[in-house]
Design a protein around this ligand. Structure first.
Ligand SMILES: Nc1nc2c(c(=O)[nH]1)N[C@H]1C(S)=C(S)[C@@H](COP(=O)(O)OP(=O)(O)OC[C@H]3O[C@@H](n4cnc5c(=O)[nH]c(N)nc54)[C@H](O)[C@@H]3O)O[C@H]1N2
Ligand SMILES: Nc1nc2c(c(=O)[nH]1)N[C@H]1C(S)=C(S)[C@@H](COP(=O)(O)OP(=O)(O)OC[C@H]3O[C@@H](n4cnc5c(=O)[nH]c(N)nc54)[C@H](O)[C@@H]3O)O[C@H]1N2
Ligand SMILES: [Mo]
Length: 766
């Protein structure tokens, strides 16, 4: 039931009865009968399926049911009884569907049949799987060069499907693997190895029970990884200080009522989470991090000069690191007025936070998209690693760096070979196991793939899941690039924007979801996934598939591989798909860290992929962990232009990336609408507007292309100066394709310079 649009203060804690109520509403909206709710109880159980909601680990994947509002929504979304059938497509042209909202598109329900675009009727028509595979094969074999095709992955794909996918694409002949992590934690994958030798976190769930202090930068756990609230709540109740840095006062970072704790629920009490929540300016984190480290380095010098105990962990620094001198010199040269101006925080606030960190024997530093999606995303991550290294907070119990991954298997996809920059060792092992020569040249990431498409150099786009057309920046440029292609193919569970921004020929291939039974020639199959803390475990669906015409992702890949490579292929596609144990054996042969794979996933809870940094083995060229100074404080192209605000694009509480579950954002007090711009009262007045005014947002980019989104209401909100926020993906047209981190190519979705203008009627120029 659509909610009447309104904006009202939300004063309750996060979680609590509101979370339970929300789940009930979603089950009803997806027409799920009450008996269907047993599906929820199988989530994250030893014999059940992995929740497709997020990548936060489960406490040993055990039998205690952990309630999670957003996990429940993700499952309700998949087990819906609504169906998007060939009749639906017959009733609506693609041009008509292009005018629907993202919410309405996905509410059409689960896709049931393979569909092919028919230009004459402007409709998707039912085709057989064989016809669909033959169309793909015809296009791929016609390309003069395999590097003219792009193969995207979204992070729900299992290890088995991802491994088969990269195997097919590499046997076909390219490393073009644009991937959702290029828009997500790439700054981690690129930045962190230079610091500590691995591109993943070093923390396990147990470390949250042992830590003395938790710092959270740019991450919204109450919405995007709600099961993390259990760890944060327990830590807070043990008296562990939690310090957050976020432009929003996110409700769950303030107070949480645990839905699984009857006493809290019945007595309506809750647990405070952050001891301090610092409202950093959008893009101001490098300034904060340098401020924190400056306090520590300078107080350490004074303490040692006075003969007092050192503040930095010098045994660790001397034994395990390089580069402390250059870092200290950079910090000393950075002035407090600059730090305060860029961070928007006072020196005292930063000193207070530094003192909390310094007092802790063991600290965990957590971060999310608020740090990675910036022009200096990888630099942000490296400054965070510096902060950890100064006190030896890597490779000891209760301490470490904790990037919180997004999609439930985005980390696993990378581990099993979805990467545009494969190492020579990996390619050599692939060749040794399968006997074909994989392409050596590096391939495209999301940004370079879009650029190649825009310039006509890539002609075919294939997506294993996701909704890339909505997730990417610069729609007016990038959507034209999709429309110019010869073929677009999407393996999907629901109808979305990407199916409507299609090439001259286009296919939609419907696949099984996580919750569904996957039966192949060798019987019922399980898949495996890796969570944010490198735990690998099995996932087994138990629902009847949404339609008898669905195929599993591995079966789809095998079908395409057979059609495209035919006799040329040296891979036994039938054998691999008949029994996924065979795929796991192949993964183990190529990646030795999976030793004993099939046996180890049969143990409830799965197993941990070891991390060298966790053991203080530094897989860097220097053999040490490296302090990496950054000579700068911000990404502002023109910090002096008083008209420019820095926009960050965020998720509401009721969306999963481009999937919009409802139009409300309960914890931020927004109901029944998403067309809002959060900005503080002082800025509204300074720019000559009044609260409630309708405005257009215009990118302050200087390449001559006008980028704008229209008709947003100014909502006065407790937000830092010079900063503002609105929802993703509505604001994606404002991000120029060229606005990305030069190290990791992550688009700067959380640092978009804009101007606001009085709203003009649609169609009128700016
Ligand atoms: N329910 C649900 N769960 C999800 C998702 C979802 O959409 N819905 N998405 C999944 C995916 S793919 C991902 S990557 C994760 C994303 O999870 P998060 O990393 O939490 O992502 P966001 O909500 O985009 O932004 C995180 C926080 O960064 C803050 N922020 C914005 N700009 C800045 C800044 O400049 N500095 C700082 N310090 N903070 C800033 C925002 O206010 C927000 O609280 O969640 C995953 N889980
Ligand atoms: N402005 C802005 N843009 C952003 C971000 C941001 O914070 N701000 N965040 C970025 C981030 S972190 C990410 S990860 C990307 C997300 O980008 P994507 O991963 O490409 O997008 P999703 O919205 O997660 O994809 C949703 C679609 O996935 C399909 N799907 C769901 N489950 C399955 C399945 O099991 N198998 C298959 N084959 N398909 C399935 C459904 O058809 C659904 O419509 O967006 C990025 N874009
Ligand atoms: Mo993500």
């Amino acid at each position: 039931m659509p909610e009447t649009p309104s904006i009202r203060r939300y004063d309750e804690p996060a979680g609590g009865w509101g979370a339970l109520r929300a789940v009930g509403t979603h089950l009803i909206e997806q027409d799920i009968p009450i008996k269907g709710t047993t599906t929820l109880l199988r989530m994250n159980q030893p014999e059940g399926f992995d929740c497709p909601g997020c990548a936060w680990p489960d406490p040993k994947h055990t039998s205690s049911f952990e309630f999670c509002e957003n996990g429940a929504k993700a499952i309700a979304w998949e087990v819906t009884t609504r169906r998007c059938t060939p009749d639906f497509f017959a009733a609506h042209s693609v041009t008509e569907l292009a005018g629907w909202s993202d919410y309405d598109l996905e509410m059409a329900g689960r896709l049931t049949h393979p569909m092919s675009y028919d230009a004459a009727s402007d409709r998707y028509l039912h085709v057989s799987w064989e016809e669909a595979f033959a169309t793909i094969a015809r296009h791929l074999t016609a390309l003069p060069n395999p590097n003219m095709a792009e193969f995207y992955t979204s992070g729900r794909t299992s290890n088995e499907a991802a491994f088969l996918y990269q195997l097919f694409v590499r046997e076909y002949g390219t490393n073009n693997f644009p991937d959702c992590s290029n828009m997500c934690h790439e700054a981690t994958s690129v930045g962190l190895p230079q610091s500590i030798g691995v591109g993943k976190g070093t923390v396990l769930l147990d470390d949250f029970d042992k830590t003395d202090c938790i710092f959270i930068f740019g991450q919204n756990p109450g919405t995007n990884s709600p099961r993390m609230m259990t760890s944060l709540r327990n830590a807070s109740r043990r008296g562990v200080p939690i310090i957050s840095f976020n432009p929003f006062r996110e409700r769950a970072l303030e107070r949480f009522q645990a839905p699984q704790v009857p006493v809290e629920m019945l007595s309506l009490t809750s647990t405070p989470i952050s001891e301090a929540l610092h409202q950093v300016r959008v893009g101001g984190d490098i300034a904060v991090l340098k401020g924190l480290m400056k306090v520590m380095v300078e107080e350490d010098e004074r303490a040692r000069a006075d003969g007092a105990a050192a503040i930095l962990d010098w045994d660790f620094i001397r034994g395990h690191t390089t580069g402390i001198e250059a870092l200290a010199a950079d910090l000393k040269a950075t002035t407090w007025p600059d730090i305060e101006a860029r961070s928007g925080l006072t020196r005292t606030a930063i000193e207070d936070a530094a003192h909390v960190y310094m007092r802790a024997e063991r600290a965990i530093v957590v971060y999310g998209m608020g740090l990675t999606q910036h022009r200096h995303g990888a630099r942000n991550v490296q400054q965070l690693a510096n902060l950890c290294l100064l006190r030896g907070n890597i490779g000891k119990d209760g301490a470490g760096i904790c990037p919180v991954r997004g999609h439930s298997n985005v980390q696993g996809d990378r581990t099993v070979g979805i990467t545009e920059i494969p190492t020579p060792e990996f390619l050599a092992r692939l060749e040794a196991r399968f006997g074909f020569k994989p392409p050596q040249a590096h391939g495209h990431n999301v940004v370079t793939a879009l650029d190649a498409m825009r310039r006509g150099q890539s002609r075919v786009f294939f997506a294993m899941g996701g909704n890339i057309a909505a997730a990417i920046p610069d729609w007016q440029v990038t959507h034209d690039a999709f429309r110019s292609l010869d073929l677009t193919v999407h393996v999907s569970t629901k109808l979305n924007r990407s199916h409507l921004v299609h090439g001259k020929e286009a296919l939609i291939l419907p696949c099984l979801g996580r919750t569904e039974i996957d039966r192949q020639a060798g019987g019922r199959q399980s898949v495996t996934v890796e969570d944010s803390m490198s735990m690998v475990h099995a996932s087994r669906g138990m629902n009847r598939p949404a339609s008898e015409h669905l195929k599993s992702e591995p079966a789809i890949i095998a079908g395409i591989a057979r059609a495209t490579l035919g006799m040329r292929s040296v891979v036994d596609w039938e054998g691999l798909v008949a029994d996924y144990d065979q795929i796991r054996d192949a993964i183990e042969a190529v990646f030795p860290i999976f030793q004993g794979y099939n046996a180890r996933i049969r143990v409830p809870g799965g197993f941990h992929l070891t991390s060298t940094a966790r053991e203080r083995i530094w897989a860097t060229p220097s053999g040490k962990a490296n302090f990496l100074p950054y000579d700068g404080l911000a990404e502002d192209p023109d910090p002096t232009d008083p008209d420019v605000l820095w926009l960050t694009s965020v998720r509401s509480h009721d969306q999963y990336n481009t999937t919009i579950y409802s139009m409300s954002d309960r914890y931020r007090g927004i109901f029944g609408r998403r067309d809002v711009l959060f900005v503080n009262e002082v800025e509204i007045a300074r720019l000559g507007f009044a609260a409630g005014d309708r405005v257009d947002l215009v990118a302050a980019s200087e390449d001559g292309i006008e980028r704008a989104v229209r008709g947003f209401e100014l909502v006065p909100y407790a937000f830092p100066d010079r900063s503002c926020a609105a929802y993703y993906p509505e604001t994606n047209p404002l991000v120029p394709l060229g606005a990305y981190d030069p190290m990791s190519f992550t688009p700067s979705y959380k640092g978009i310079p804009i101007r606001i203008r009085p709203a003009r009627p649609a169609g009128e120029a700016f």
